[in-house]
Design a binder for this molecule. Sequence first.
Ligand code: G6P
Length: 615
Amino acid sequence: MCGIVGYIGPREVFPILMKGLQRLEYRGYDSAGVALLNGASTFQIFKKKGKVSDLSTFVRGKKLKAHVGIGHTRWATHGPPSDTNAHPHLSGNGRLALVHNGIIENYESLKKALEQLGHRFVSDTDTEVLVHLIEELQQRENLSLEEAVRLALSKVVGAYAIVVMDKEDSDVLVAARKGSPLLVGIGDEEFFFASDGTPIVEYTRRVVYLADEQIAVVRRKTGLEIKTIENELLSPYIEQLEMKIESIEKGGYDYFMLKEIYEQPHTIADAMRGRIHAKEGWIRLGGVEEYANRLLQADRFIMVACGTSWHAALLGEYLFEGLARVPVEVEYASEFRYRNPILTERDVVLGLSQSGETADTLAALQLADERGALLYGIVNVVGSSIARLTDAGSYIHAGPEIGVASTKAFTGQVVLLTLMALSLGYKKGTIAKSYYHKLLNALENIPSKMEKLLAQCDEQVRYIAGEIKEASNALYLGRGHNFPIALEGALKLKEISYIHAEGYPAAEMKHGPIALIDKNMPVIVIATNKSAYEKIVSNVQEVKAREGRIIAVVTEGDQAISDLADYTIEIPETEELLTPLLSVIPLQLLSYHIAVLRGCNVDQPRNLAKSVTVE
Ligand code: G6P
């Protein structure tokens, strides 16, 4: 939520900032801006409501020579998207420019106090209050920029990642973080700041991930210094940024989302690589091996997540309870953390998150940590806040996911949950050996089945999308393991095509949603289950009797449901427990094609952001 980039060094800064902002645009895209500092100690500031491309058009033809600068792409929290509310924001005297990702919760009281001291504000943002506060302290106490930032942050309640520039000292950039991600890239007499590694990967792979309440000061000549907000000097821990440039480009696809849908056979194979060997009959997950005793003795698993990751967690409940016979509770992170939940040291709290930065999930895990539970993370972004906080965990290894609607991270999470449930079940002896081996084999075969499915269903799904694209509502039904897939299919449609959609357990339909069904209502039924098949057939008949338009996702060779449905999409046969990994694919494609046909911006749907770092 909001993307930040900054640079100081010998290169021309403007192209670095713009390219960086384009890569970070998935984090927010309602306005963008840059501030450049040239040798004559003057700022050039350009800010525009709209996309990064609108900012590009706006600055076309302007003379932009500078070697220090900061940039920002915004997802509005305080104040609507506008040129004025866009970052960077200036201090009252125009000396400091600042970009910020996060929320300053006590900004109103700070603003009042500053107004009494004569400060005047031009925007509605909390960020402008912060830069005025830094200015006030810098002026009043005659402090260096770094000291003023430190002091200001000690007065702030909330979350921030910031980068600040001082036009009276073009040799320095000061940055800090708490609750919002920020990393420093280290080059040869040059430094970068960014919300993630994407803006800097072609320049350097040496990075330092800032931790909460750390301040980084970079000077071109003297280098990087990291301190805590309490002024304690730390030695920077330099890590290698693992990221392929191809993975952050569209590679010939119209949208990142489509590329990411098609990447799934490879990303789930990567999620399994080195962790499973069907022939030899083993599963090895580092995190599980390391904490085997506590995991096996756990009284319960509590899975916390938001959005699509929450749907993966729901599937986790079926998997863990079914295979490892351990009670599971699935919680919306935002509800869990405010409920004073009962937690003990014998609980394992499993946090699922693509970004590893979702504020509510992070806070839920922090709460569980305080209460002594073991924290396990299933995360995609390496080095993210959740990955660092948790005691143990497993990365999904899906590579950067840029489309706002999550696809490959979801299937990656489901693979990890399956591996974990199988591993725990095997160790506990709760799965029959023959079934365990059967599932291992089936799991290893999922990537090739997914590949086949993508090749065979895309055209057909596009056709169906054309048939139902004008609908204003849609219903998704599934049972058992495919109930979370019904929820996920509905969420995907809502997110990117703005059609109202609901996911329901198929049997619950008659307790309400059935009232909505008429000939205009597409009903997408995921009917790949072998168990309860007859019951699903009855549910489909109930829809048919009310003239609903039925789109059924079935297993190859299905007869009964195919006879009833208006459209049938077949998925390859696999173990029932693993069908969600296949049945979700046509649903992802369906929402993608409907969104394209409706002229929606698939990768950047309105009002959403990929990484929600506010609560
Ligand atoms: C946002 C995104 C969703 C995502 C959710 C959780 O709402 O738009 O696609 O599922 O955050 O994100 P996480 O990074 O924690 O998985």
